[in-house]
Write a new protein. Structure first.
Length: 96
């Protein structure tokens, strides 16, 4: 016999806020903390309302960060100004 929730019973609902990350770009740079040329990921991050740990809808602005793949330190994207290399190690040059 299956039992349904009665009026005097309750259900626990888990909700909250949490970030959702997405890798936008990869490359190499000289990490300010490691002081070596290493790989990085540019990640976009946005806060989401979560219901049972599932992102339901965005609640904040989209922000981009640079994450060092060696020490996992994160930086603002301006750390890549004149400090950006392709994955093969060759310097990245902007077309003006």
């Amino acid at each position: 016999v299956s039992k349904l929730l009665r009026y005097n019973e309750f259900m626990i609902v888990i909700f909250g806020l949490g970030p959702k990350h997405k890798v936008e770009a990869r490359g190499q740079f000289v990490c300010p903390k490691c002081s070596i040329k290493t790989e990085y990921n540019v990640k976009s991050s946005r806060q989401y309302f979560r219901l049972f740990f599932i992102p339901i809808f965005p609640t904040g602005k989209n922000e981009s960060i640079v994450e060092c793949q060696t020490c996992k330190s994160t930086y603002h994207t301006n750390v890549l100004e004149n400090n950006n290399y392709y994955l093969d190690g060759s310097p990245f040059k902007k077309n003006n």
